[in-house]
Design a protein around this ligand. Structure first.
Ligand code: HAM
Length: 422
């Protein structure tokens, strides 16, 4: 058995090795394309923020803040937290950088790592990547539908199948307090039958009971009052419009009256996207109060984020195809130190001409280099030996029939361009 290395990556975290990078790159390309199309500007924020931003923004009673924060005290005594999500930091940046004074709606997107101290399991990591979209300054329901459409389109562009979208409305400060009271009364009367966690939730965050996956809580949940029956007129018509927009753009969705989300900032629309299994690929909704809670002026907002590792795992299990990459059709073989020097220059010239060329500078035998050219299925091998280097020429070898020709080194790029076009 291989010996355990002295140092290992931290629990729940992972390296992104070269062979994994193409998945991140592919997702980045699709996301940034859609972001450009819909007029979203990219934002990056520091990985650490004042910890209070998260406790205020996400909610003191949420699992994320109570149990999952990575926190650190700086030498100067500040208490900082690694971001468990992007929405609170993006709102902070929106306020701090005066973006409230720019023409609204203001649209931002992001792509980067987040940290949550969770129990690692399938699809659940302590460092994971998210991409997300946030729209500020527009309360119209068309934005809620557009955010859902964007996430659906991204996942479709990535060629993922079996997508389902669950939506719900959890009301706002007008109707939610009354609904929570109804729910508290209902569950209090059945407290003895609830699981241990739900007994706690009854005191701290009654809505989260609706989210419980424990077997014993399911029959009680099934009879509980539903939020959609207790929305105020404004929330009701807002949600009705969202659904009408989704029908119009033919996004398949289902209503899930138990969907409440694990972050406290939501108002009105909430949604999650699933494919196979119980892990959501993406989630989000409207959060009309958060900008004010974090010190800005009252600004409606709506957004969502997706988990990149979960998407990659699905891309692998569904064996999705990548768009055809430009194949490397030329291999550059060299022999001797002068040839190596000239090859280095030639390789740079090919790069500038945007023609892919593979090489194997570490190998000195011609046979080993030709083997490598065969392995990558190169159509042509360029050979630069000591003699060719002295005469400023290159041998072009057609790998399909072994025919060789000699061309001047400064003509080789033009020659190869012609050959590749054939
Ligand atoms: P969230 O549902 O906590 O929402 O996370 C969004 C997505 O991140 C999830 O659907 C999941 O795919 C992924 N994710 C979350 N935790 C983990 C984990 N431990 N390991 C792997 N993937 C994970 C938010 O973060 C909100 N900020 C979304 C939002 C944006 N709402 C409005 N704007």
């Amino acid at each position: 058995m291989a010996r355990k290395p002295k140092f290992q990556r931290a629990k729940g975290m992972h390296d992104i090795l070269p062979e994994e990078q193409k998945y991140y790159q592919r997702i980045y390309d699709v996301v940034s394309n859609i972001a450009d199309f819909y007029g979203f500007g990219k934002i990056d924020t520091p990985v650490v923020e004042e910890i209070e931003l998260f406790s205020k923004g996400i909610g003191l009673a949420t699992d994320i803040v109570k149990k999952q924060m990575y926190s650190l005290r700086t030498r100067g005594g500040d208490l900082l937290g690694l971001r468990p999500e992007w929405t609170a930091p993006v709102v902070r940046a929106y306020i701090e950088n005066g973006m409230q004074n720019l023409p609204q709606p203001l649209k931002l997107w992001y792509f980067g790592p987040c940290y949550r101290y969770e129990r690692p399991q399938s699809g659940r990591y302590r460092q994971f990547w998210q991409f997300g979209f946030e729209v500020f300054g527009e309360q119209n329901s068309v934005i809620d539908a557009q955010i859902i459409q964007i996430f659906y389109n991204i996942l479709q562009d990535l060629k993922l199948k079996n997508l389902t979208i669950e939506v719900n409305s959890i009301g706002d400060n007008n109707c939610r307090p009354y609904y929570k009271k109804l729910l508290t009364n209902y569950f209090r009367n059945r407290e003895s039958s609830l699981c241990v966690s739900c007994k706690k939730r009854l005191k701290e965050n009654v809505l989260r009971i609706l989210d419980c996956k424990e077997e014993k809580c399911q029959p009680i949940k099934a009879e509980a009052p539903q939020t959609l029956d207790h929305l105020c007129d404004e929330c009701h018509s807002h949600f009705k419009e969202v659904l009408e927009f989704l029908d119009e753009i033919e996004i398949p969705y289902s209503l899930n009256p138990y969907l409440v989300r694990g972050l406290d900032y939501y108002t009105k629309t909430v949604f999650e996207v699933f494919a196979e299994g119980n892990n959501a690929l993406a989630g989000g909704g409207r959060y009309d109060k958060l900008v004010k809670v974090l010190g800005g002026k009252e600004t409606p907002a709506c957004g969502a984020a997706a988990g990149i590792e979960r998407i990659i795992s699905l891309m692998k299990s569904q064996e999705v195809k990548f768009p055809k990459e430009q194949e490397t059709q030329i291999f550059l073989a060299q022999l001797g130190s002068l040839a190596k020097r000239k090859s280095l220059k030639l390789l740079g010239d090919f790069r500038k001409a945007k023609i892919m060329v593979a090489e194997s500078f570490g190998r000195d035998s011609l046979k080993a280099q030709l083997n490598r050219a065969d392995k990558i299925k190169a159509r042509y091998t360029l050979i630069l030996g000591q003699k060719e280097a002295l005469e400023n020429v290159v041998i072009i070898r057609d790998m399909s029939n072994g025919k060789q020709e000699i061309v001047k080194i400064d003509k080789v790029i033009g020659e190869m361009r012609k050959k590749l076009k054939k």
